[in-house]
Design a binder for this molecule. Structure first.
Ligand SMILES: C[S@@+](CC[C@H](N)C(=O)[O-])C[C@H]1O[C@@H](n2cnc3c(N)ncnc32)[C@H](O)[C@@H]1O
Length: 232
């Protein structure tokens, strides 16, 4: 679904490549860990330290990579569509290889990763089929694909992914709303089996960071799915 049906802000929209290119310098100051790292902390079925090697799709500035490293992931590659975000990731020196590319067509070799992650990026994909298929192609038998994102119900409140541009004006980045059934259909068609799911709510921790969200207390804000590529 196109987010524009729900838009309450009516900011100008830019492409992910353009938006994150402009946002890269202060992206990390704007993204609370509650958004994605708290979800990763809740997932119980992933043995992070045994996941060798791992691939961080849409790695951005390397926030997810840092979290993975803190959980014992020793060999980690990253891929992102925005060179400016990759430049920031490079400075962290936590990735073995960083690649410029799209999550749907990575041009990486097949069946090489035991763990693949994608955090806070599915809303920028018009369709989910490509990324689930590509991740399945890259995954070793037995590998897991961890997908974390903003909850579709949250986008339906009318706020897209956005940032303050260098001219001081808010800019929205093309946003799409994917229901759980969209993820399930795309993942299952690609060959993935759902192993775990989690939905985060707007709780007291959130209200502390975003007091204006009090009116949304207990509404879903984010999600995490763990998919498995079963051995044949
Ligand atoms: C909100 S950031 C998330 C970055 C990081 N995973 C994190 O949690 O901080 C979204 C990232 O997705 C990347 N992105 C958007 N669409 C993409 C695509 N089709 N292929 C690869 N990367 C993409 C953007 O460049 C951006 O770095």
């Amino acid at each position: 679904m196109d987010f524009k049906n729900f838009d309450q802000r009516h900011y100008a929209f830019v492409s992910p490549r353009e938006g994150y290119g402009e946002w890269a310098d202060d992206y990390e100051q704007c993204v609370p860990d509650l958004l994605d790292l708290k979800v990763l902390n809740h997932l119980e079925s992933v043995d992070w330290a045994y996941a060798e090697p791992a691939l961080d799709l849409a790695c951005g500035t390397g926030r997810t990579g840092q979290w993975l490293q803190s959980r014992g992931v020793a060999t980690l590659d990253g891929l992102d569509i925005t060179p400016e975000m990759l430049e920031q990731a490079k400075t962290k020196a936590i990735y073995r290889h960083l690649k410029l590319g799209t999550v749907e067509h990575t041009e990486l070799s097949p069946e090489q990763y035991a763990l693949i992650t994608m955090c806070l990026a599915d809303e920028h994909l018009a369709s989910l089929q490509g990324v689930y298929q590509e991740a399945f192609r890259l995954a070793k038998p037995g590998a897991m694909f961890v997908v974390v994102g903003m909850h579709p119900f949250f986008f339906m409140f009318g706020m897209p992914t956005h940032f303050d541009g260098k001219d001081g004006q808010p800019k929205a980045i093309h946003t799409h709303v994917h229901l759980f059934s969209d993820h399930f259909r795309a993942a299952q068609a690609a060959g993935w089996r759902l192993q775990e799911s989690y939905e985060g709510l707007i709780d007291d921790d959130w209200i502390q960071v975003k007091p204006k969200w009090k009116k949304h207390q207990d509404c879903p804000v984010n999600y995490g799915y763990v998919w498995v590529k079963d051995h044949q």
